[in-house]
Ligand binder design. Sequence first.
Ligand code: G3P
Ligand code: MG
Length: 247
Amino acid sequence: MLKLPKVIGHRGAKGYAPENTLESIRTAADMGVEWVELDVKLTRDGVPVIFHDEDLARVTNGSGLMAETDYDDIKELDAGSWYGESFLGAKIPTLEEAVDVLIENDMGLNLEIKPCPGREEETASVALDVMSQIWDDHDRILISSFKLISLEAAQNLANDWARGLLFEEDIPDDWPKLAQHLEVSTLNVNGNSLKKSECEYLLEAELPLLAYTINDPMRARELQRWGIDSIFSDVPDLIMENLLESH
Ligand code: G3P
Ligand code: MG
């Protein structure tokens, strides 16, 4: 039975440390954050790594595309100094390295499958294969994706792990069908653009509703009042401190 926390650290604790690094996971752990969300994609040679963008340039000292770079080169990159000198030397972690830190810190994980274009199925399949060998806590793992092919692959490969259907700002009209077809356990929405009427409609599915990425405590409280179950935040400590107690 999935045990979601009220607040999930986004890309670790992106507001305080370079996103999707071990340092970011540890920063979240030190704040008492119970779960983090991390993005997984494949290097050119198929190693699952924790990384958000297609391009390496924004958050590393490298350049070019993740999809065109082998792991041997990825592991040499600095993914910390762009954020601040104190993070110099932070690396792009493999999925396995990230999971080790989560286990060390007794944390749950929302693993977002973030495939490079054309690798939707492969990314889910490689990531789930790795996960199935190192993770056995079914209550504290949620596999999510914007990509239906990745969710279908997860459904075929690890049906007993909870899946979350991610929506962009526009919620597709056929979402009830998609949710049913993919047998998802959660719906994950953009909490910044979400309207109250959309929230009410989505709640009719009677599934936990998760909202990304909320850094304003007042908006977090409003979403809680509307019935949102969990909030992704870059500043999870701030959101945790300001949650409504009655929800
Ligand atoms: O999974 C929630 C959120 O991470 C989705 O958007 O672009 O930050 O991966 P993005
Ligand atoms: Mg994400």
